[in-house]
Design a protein around this ligand. Sequence first.
Ligand code: AHR
Length: 348
Amino acid sequence: MMKTAKLGVLLVLSAMVLVSAACGKNNNNNNADASKEPAASVAASSDAPASEAAGDKKIVMGFAQVGAESGWRSANTQSIQDSAKEAGIDLKFSDAQQKQENQIKAIRSYIQQKVDVIAFSPVVESGWDTVLKEAKDAGIPVILTDRAVDSKDTSLYVTFMGSDFVEEGRRAGDWLVDQYKDATEDVNIVELQGTTGSAPANDRKAGFGEKIAANPHLKIIASQTGDFTRAKGKEVMQAFLKANKDIDVLYAHNDDMALGAIQAIEAAGLKPGVDIKIISIDGVKDGMTAAADGKINYIVECNPLLGPLLMQSAKDLLAGKDLPKRIVTEDGTFTSEQAKEALPNRKY
Ligand code: AHR
């Protein structure tokens, strides 16, 4: 059954509901110690008192974005910039071009500028402890959006808001298991992974693998990164097609890689969605259009419209309110028919 994600302002309004749902259901995501570290304690150690940051003075937020690798990312950037404007927050924005060192540089410059709050979507999961400690020592709270870090010390950030990527992979796997429940022969799957070391690549692979393990006929015969881009998706799919004669299914960790792969499949004289079944993640307009055209068979949604929730959370935090350690946003799924129906009202 398709569940439609809450969009724009609705996302903010529903945030508290989602938050409480996340707190209630995902206790094992939030280790007990982590949830005991209230956001307020980070805000209280800030150079500027919480009341001053939230009161007369305009909140200054430094946002270190991953890059502009996909349609999802562009929608996410737009949402953050628009919402900051709407919320009256002074946004300092940087694009790291998918490089961790650029994100670290940007965060350090926000620390130097003494912004009120830093938010970022970490390109990869590891290697953040040093710079996050620098922010903490400077009394600047950090909000993670979209992607997680694997830091053991969860006091280094206030909250992490975004989709549950493992669950997205599981949903993709569930669909495939159902499609091939009567299979009597092997089903050859190729996988286009997201950026190596990123949370969505790690988690979407894990969730999918967990589900398809239920049917030994479902076999991943090739798996490689396409770095979440259309160009790389096309290039890697070309190589997959060259090396493997019988590909039954493509699992792409995002729409852009699936769209690139579709070009390669068509160039090889095959019909995407028919000769090769395609599952992807995101649900951006181009992906939904391909699904509506029958070229992508199933999309698991990942909502990029995190801006309103981020701005509201920053305001709450700087007003001294506690934030939950994990805020899970709500996503849906789309078959081709459902994509056709949803397309006219799609915002991104
Ligand atoms: O982190 C979210 C992922 O990053 C999206 O699925 C992908 O399109 C993007 O580049």
